[in-house]
Write a protein that binds this ligand. Structure first.
Ligand code: DX5
Ligand code: ZN
Length: 216
């Protein structure tokens, strides 16, 4: 299991210390949510914070672009050090443009992920599943940490897991939102490979919370 603490829930007054704690834990990735106040009604942080994260810890930084214009901003976040970029298909709304963006990110040697809003039709993923490194299942409506887990995410994880087996696809299945020991266990059982956790990690003892998820 890959555990990806979401720094959205970190204590920003001591972000450096918290990042060091994460680095010493079993977490392999840092999850970095970018909100633009347009695609979702909240604003998080941008490239200067990403550069600071990259210079503080030697970890894979998984950038989740929850923004309206991922085609423009993906390059800017890759230039700032993103190791992987996940974007919302609902922000692009064109199969051709989404495929072009996937290829652009891959051409730079970065990992690429796709996601949709929780209520969106899962079939939206289909044209891309052979191409991507990661399929993200949103288990909350994006924009804010600390929301309860949506149970309908479990069926979505299973669907992606079944398709992966059937077609020999190579993507990782990531789940994001409301993850704790209980919901993380349900996701692991359904086939998830990467658990994103914000509140659960940063509102508890960081290494202990990471370990609990890591062992699921
Ligand atoms: C929300 C973000 C999540 C968020 C999860 O839009 O995509 O990554 O940090 O926070 P928790 O784990 O608190 O639900
Ligand atoms: Zn996220």
């Amino acid at each position: 299991m890959i555990v990806a603490p979401s720094i959205l829930s970190a204590d920003f007054s001591r972000l450096g210390d918290q990042l060091k704690e994460v680095e010493k834990s079993h977490a392999q990735w840092i999850h970095f949510d970018v909100f633009d106040g347009h695609f979702v009604p909240n604003i998080s942080f941008g490239t200067d914070v990403l550069k600071a994260v990259k210079s503080s810890v030697k970890m894979y930084v998984d950038v989740h672009l929850v923004i309206s214009d991922p085609e423009y901003y993906s390059d800017i976040f890759m230039n700032a050090g993103a190791d992987g970029i996940t974007f919302h298909l609902d922000a692009v709304n064109s199969i051709e443009k989404s495929l072009a963006l996937i290829n652009k990110i891959k051409a730079r040697g970065k990992k690429v992920g796709i996601t949709v809003y929780p209520e969106a039709d899962m079939h939206e993923y289909l044209p891309y599943l052979d191409e991507v490194d990661l399929a993200l299942v949103m288990s909350i409506k994006p924009g804010f940490g600390g929301q309860p887990f949506r149970e309908d995410a479990i069926e979505r994880i299973k669907w992606l897991n079944d398709l992966r087996k059937k077609h020999n696809y190579h993507y990782l299945i990531q789940v994001d939102g409301g993850i704790n020991a209980e919901t993380g266990g349900q996701c692991a059982k359904a086939g998830a490979d990467v658990l994103v956790a914000g509140s659960y990690v940063f509102k508890n003892n960081i290494p202990e919370a990471v370990d609990t998820l890591y062992k699921l």
